[in-house]
Ligand binder design. Structure first.
Ligand SMILES: C[S@@+](CC[C@H](N)C(=O)[O-])C[C@H]1O[C@@H](n2cnc3c(N)ncnc32)[C@H](O)[C@@H]1O
Length: 221
């Protein structure tokens, strides 16, 4: 067994290069990145945030669903990249995060565009009764439960829409037993199953990217 290594996905010099290139000048987003680092709140890595922004500009979604809002960082990144008419619903089960996210979203000027819904995503997805309503679904919440959420996400996704899932390589543990730390074994097994489900799904075509902590992009065909 090797030590749990936060930079295991790609060599540190590649990460350093990507981070050096993936810069932005949004002072408010910088303040959220600093807050997240100081308070150990996991938010999308800079390369992943940029990918989300690029995908949103390309897809031009009218409706986005996010699972896992935390302090609202990735929701604000997506809000900046989409058109006036796009609505974003973001699910978060931690009430402190919900409060902070709502404040941040208001400060960023996106209170009309982004709704933070306090809910357990595992239950909430099945309560959304319309099919094919979202153009983009960003899964960045409870990794061990993605296997139970996938069918609902596919049901809720429009044809041609995308599901983006973060942390699928989980510090390299998904790809290689030698990287697995014992206390993470259940999550790793479920993430492996989740990746298999994506790759074998008849309604999805999926690419796996070794970016950030590992990202999949799945299009509904
Ligand atoms: C990685 S963070 C989200 C980061 C955010 N997407 C960003 O990049 O700014 C994951 C969040 O998912 C939330 N979460 C975990 N399980 C959840 C569940 N079952 N339903 C809703 N939210 C959940 C956690 O409380 C945490 O705030």
């Amino acid at each position: 067994m090797i030590e749990y290594d936060k930079d295991a996905i790609v060599p540190p010099y590649i990460t350093e290069y990507l981070r050096g290139k993936t810069v932005h000048d949004d002072a408010f987003l910088h303040s959220l990145e600093k807050y997240a680092e100081e308070n150990s709140v996991p938010i999308a890595e800079p390369e992943t945030a940029r990918l989300l922004s690029v995908l949103c500009r390309a897809v031009k979604p009218k409706k986005i669903l996010e699972v896992g809002c935390a302090i609202g960082y990735s929701a604000i990144v997506m809000a900046k990249a989409v058109g006036e008419e796009c609505e974003i619903a973001t699910l978060e089960c931690n009430e402190d995060m919900v409060r902070i996210a709502r404040e941040n979203i208001k400060t960023a000027g996106y209170a009309e565009k982004i709704s933070v819904i306090e809910a357990d995503a595992k239950d909430y997805l099945s309560y959304i009764d319309e099919d094919e309503v979202f153009d983009v679904i960003f899964l960045d919440g409870p990794k061990a439960h993605y296997i139970y959420m996938l069918d609902e996400c596919v049901r809720l996704l429009k044809k041609g829409g995308i599901i983006v899932t973060d942390n699928v390589l989980y510090k390299g543990m998904t790809a290689d037993d030698n990287h697995v730390v014992r206390r993470k074994i259940t999550i790793v097994k479920r993430l492996r199953r989740y990746v298999d489900m994506l790759m074998e799904h008849r309604e999805l075509e999926t690419a796996i990217l070794p970016l950030g902590d590992g990202v999949t992009i799945s299009v509904k065909i």
